[in-house]
Ligand binder design. Structure first.
Ligand SMILES: Nc1ncnc2c1ncn2[C@@H]1O[C@H](COP(=O)(O)OP(=O)(O)OP(=O)(O)O)[C@@H](O)[C@H]1O
Length: 913
């Protein structure tokens, strides 16, 4: 034997290096010319045909006839009169017949006119094949083989069991998986070769034979001998991962076509001849139609012969047809018909594949492996994207560290200032204490009169000096405001109480101005810092170019605050080129936070703040306004720290909203937002800026948080700064994008021939939760890569995912495997309902396969997709739609990012592309 079976065990099996997956190949067609028989020789008949080489037969008669018909015919193999049956077997039948050992169905036909040598040839081929099979079995003890034999004949359109001839005609049934099945056909498990020989003898004896003028022993029926070979590696016997190769080889000895005039038949023979000719005519029609590319209806069902042999006629069995013919001139017409049939058969393709029957557990394991592979792919993609942005993350961490340091510094300075104030008040040694005293004396405005703002620089108090050095007199104003408030409300003669050692002005501030807005600020600031850190980590993939641009272009300042910005932001770079627009939002947020913390207040802002304080009703709200703060303006800082915190918190809240807002919106805002920096002429002139200044980006964020100036009121209203609205908008953006991405993924699945179980798994996993964004992205990226790979991109031929994705055949196999599970997973009623729903005739053949072939075929129809996913989920055993089958497959997806809610899918998608 020339071939060998390799890869036993779990792997598929090859024969002679054939691919184990389904393969399309043409029917192998050979022609055998028998010698002139005695009758023909007795009539001095001459031989019209000659095989001039191993593939060509030529007609060698008169010139007149030669001009009308083709004289040379080429086939896969032609055998002249001298060829032995052994040779015919070796060169035309063996390879295909023995495919049965590698799990492929096969069929060997003999076709030809009566008395041309069909039975003579097929008997030999059957015996040679069986001998080789047993020879193989003996040489391969590592596998356990089970051979089963059955035999039937179709006589006058009735199917007879040759191993149980008295059983009466057999019915044909349509089985969705196996095709046409002969009901109740006897199948005998063979003990050994001798057992088979005995059975062959029985068949021979049982077959309908009659004497005709042309053949004393003419077969009056089509005979089909069927040998099924199951094999399983002994090593895996009874184990979970065992799988069985199972295939059938058919030996078909057709009845011979005949002419009543030639056979001089009448009565029974004539009737037989009619049936024979009719079924052969159908066979010829089937072959002719198949040879033309299966256009139109293939009349398999017109005869029992073609119904039974449907799998061999353009189906899933490797097929060889040996056409026998007489060379006699008297049969030239029949011979030409035979060659015409052979020529058509040559064009017909079959699609054989290895029939590997897996155990349930093996099937689950295979699916498990597939899912594990996908999980691994996801992980790799994720880590690849993470590492690509690790430098950005580092910068963010540095920034966070610096911010924390700054906060600590601010806290320290605030505490220091506060204690100084209190000490001074207690000691009554500075103007502040005087103010309190004055207040108690009801000297309205005395503070402001005695210590006008312009004179503040003359004071020696370090706090004031510090404030003055910053160019701001807010502390004066602030205290003045406090004094006037207390003047109005403080009870008379309360000085003693007020100045008592255990009483702090803060108590009064609390009492008359509401609770300390700074209370708990440190904690909140720390938390905010932490949140910010998390957010930055979450968006580690954001691009930093744009942010860099912001900072570089920020208003130059010698102030410490600006140093903070330039020293700690990841945006620090001299790279002025704007980054991708999609990253603007996040960067805005980050830089805005920084700027809010570090920016010095302007005198205008101080005034505004003062006005704010004067408005008691709005006190709390105003204190929370995100006014810029100087880290050195202690009092001011103290009172405005909540602004920083509120701003930070607002940033956090609106982070996603900003990220998901369309870029255009941002551009527009960037270009139209007024510059809040103090200007002598504060008229904003955005059009004067040819390019949006980075500082404006920062300002945009600030302004998003604070109330607009009165003249900006309209803008504020129109700007839709309402947080709820933004949140809703953000949610709706996400949903829209989610649906779009899901649709794209579904289409890519289809284009990449992704396994249905995989599709279903992910489809059910994605429920529209923003926390699934990362999975959605990774899957999308994976598919886009695969699609590029499949459609002309850089192709890694040996890449496993490429092979898997590219395999339509694998997908077909998966469909078939799924169809097998329908019996288990659906009741008869449920199946019937499904067939009806999916437009499949409940009596049609292979209806379960038909249904599974329809699953996931229309990526544009979401109802179809939903139903497909539901069915696959049920077949595979997902407990319920939406429940990821991790338990079943023993999978544990990597934990999701801790804060995926703030993960910007849009940003990461852009950054990954
Ligand atoms: N290649 C051959 N060499 C020698 N004898 C042959 C050859 N082919 C056929 N014969 C003989 O021709 C006769 C008819 O052969 P066979 O019965 O196989 O024909 P058939 O095609 O099966 O006919 P039918 O269709 O009528 O059953 C037999 O006696 C057989 O031995």
């Amino acid at each position: 034997m020339g071939g060998s079976i390799i890869g036993f065990g779990e792997d598929l099996v090859d024969w002679d290096g054939q691919d184990s997956s389904a393969q399309e190949e043409k029917i192998f067609v050979a022609v055998r010319v028998r010698p002139l028989n005695e009758r023909e020789l007795g009539k001095n008949d001459v031989s019209d045909w000659e095989c001039i080489n191993s593939t060509t037969i030529v007609f060698k008669n008169s010139l007149a006839e030669r001009s009308l018909v083709p004289t040379a015919h080429t086939f896969d193999r032609v055998f002249g009169t001298e060829a032995s049956t052994g040779q015919v077997y070796e060169e035309a039948a063996k390879k295909i017949a023995l495919s049965v050992l590698s799990g492929m169905n096969s069929t060997i036909f003999a076709y030809g006119q009566t008395s041309s040598g069909k039975t003579y040839t097929m008997t030999g081929i059957t015996e040679y094949t069986v001998a080789d099979i047993y020879d193989y079995i003996h040489k391969h003890s590592e596998r356990e083989f089970v051979l089963k034999f059955s035999a039937m004949e179709i006589y006058n359109e009735a199917v007879r069991d040759l191993l149980w001839p008295d059983g009466g005609p057999l019915r044909l049934l349509d089985d969705p998986e196996r095709g046409t099945v002969v009901d109740k056909l006897t199948e005998v498990t063979l003990r050994d070769f001798d057992h088979l020989r005995e059975l062959l003898s029985v068949c021979e004896a049982q077959r309908q034979i009659g004497e005709t003028t042309l053949n004393e022993m003419s077969s009056r029926s089509h005979q089909i001998l069927r040998l099924t070979v199951d094999s399983e590696a002994r090593e895996y016997l009874g184990r979970d991962n065992s799988s069985v190769l199972t295939a059938t080889v058919n030996f078909v000895d057709l009845a011979g076509s005949e002419r009543a005039s030639q056979t001089l038949s009448a009565g029974t023979r004539l009737k037989e001849g009619c049936h024979i000719n009719r079924s052969l005519l159908t066979l010829g029609t089937v072959i002719r139609k198949l040879s033309k590319g299966r256009n139109g209806h293939i009349p398999y069902r017109d005869s029992k012969l073609t119904r039974i042999l449907q799998n061999s006629l353009g189906g899933n069995a490797r097929t060889a047809i040996i056409c026998t013919m007489s060379p006699a001139h008297s049969h030239v017409e029949q011979s030409r018909n035979t060659l015409l049939f052979a020529s058509c058969a040559k064009q017909v393709s079959t699609n054989a594949q290895v029939n590997l029957v897996m155990s349930e557990k093996a099937l689950v394991k295979q699916l498990q492996r597939e899912l594990a592979r996908l999980e691994n792919e996801l992980r790799n993609l994720r880590s690849a994207s993470a590492s690509s942005s690790s430098s950005a993350l580092k910068e963010k961490e540095l920034l966070i560290e610096k911010m924390s340091k700054e906060i600590r510094e601010l806290k320290h300075q605030r505490d220091l200032a506060q204690s100084r104030v209190e000490n001074m008040l207690r000691a009554g040694e500075n103007p502040a204490s005087k103010s309190w005293v004055d207040m108690s004396n009801h000297e309205k405005g005395s503070w402001g009169d005695e210590y006008p703002t312009s004179d503040a620089s003359e004071m020696t108090d370090p706090l004031r000096s510090d404030a003055v050095s910053r160019g701001s007199h807010l502390s004066d104003r602030y205290e003045g405001v406090i004094s006037s408030r207390i003047e109005d409300n403080f009870p008379e003669n309360n000085e003693e109480q007020f100045l008592s050692s255990d009483t702090s002005p803060r108590l009064y501030i609390d009492k008359y101005f509401g609770p300390d807005p700074c209370k708990g600020w440190e904690k909140m600031a720390e938390e905010t810092s932490k949140n910010f850190e998390d957010n930055c980590k979450d968006v580690q993939c954001i691009e930093i170019d744009f942010t860099k641009r912001n900072v570089v272009s920020s208003e130059p300042s010698s102030e410490k605050g600006d140093d903070h910005v330039s020293g700690q932001s990841p945006c620090l770079s001299d790279n002025n080129s704007p980054g991708p627009g999609a990253n603007v939002e996040r960067c805005n947020s980050c830089s805005a936070i920084l700027t809010t913390v570090t920016k010095s207040p302007s005198s205008d802002e101080a005034k505004e703040f003062e006005n704010t304080l004067e408005n008691e009703a709005d006190n709390q709200e105003k204190l929370s306004d995100p006014e810029p703060v100087s880290n050195n303006e202690n009092l001011y800082t103290e009172e405005t720290q909540p602004s920083v915190e509120a701003d930070l918190m607002n940033k956090g809240d609106c982070l996603d909203k900003q990220q998901e807002a369309p870029l255009e919106e941002h551009k527009e805002v960037i270009e139209t937002e007024p510059d809040p920096e103090p200007e002598p002429e504060p008229e904003p002139e955005p059009e004067q800026e040819p390019e949006p200044e980075p500082v404006k980006l920062v300002e945009y964020d600030l302004d998003m948080k604070k109330e607009r100036e009165p003249d900006d009121a309209k803008q504020t209203t129109d700007g839709g700064s309402d947080k709820t609205q933004d949140t809703e908008q953000s949610a709706s953006d996400w949903q829209t994008e989610f649906q779009r991405q899901k649709k794209e993924i579904i289409e890519l699945w289809d284009a990449c021939h992704t396994p249905l179980v995989h599709r279903t798994y992910f489809f059910l996993l994605f429920k529209g939760d923003p926390s699934d964004a990362v999975y959605l992205e990774v899957e999308l990226r994976r598919l886009q890569f695969l699609k590029n790979t499949l459609h002309g991109g850089a192709v890694l031929k040996d890449d496993q995912s490429f092979k898997q994705a590219a395999s339509v055949k694998a997908l077909n196999r998966e469909r078939e495997m799924l169809s097998k599970r329908m019996l288990k997973k659906y009741s008869v009623k449920e199946r019937e309902a499904l067939f009806e729903k999916w437009g499949i005739d409940i009596k049609s053949k292979q209806r379960r396969v038909q249904l599974c072939r329809q699953l996931w075929t229309d990526p544009t129809d979401m109802d179809h997709i939903n139903e497909s996913a539901t069915i696959v989920a049920k077949l595979v055993g997902f407990k319920e739609p939406g429940q990821a089958p991790k338990e079943m497959f023993g999978l544990s997806f990597s934990p999701r990012p801790a804060d995926v809610k703030s993960f910007s899918w849009r940003h990461s998608l852009h950054s990954m592309m």
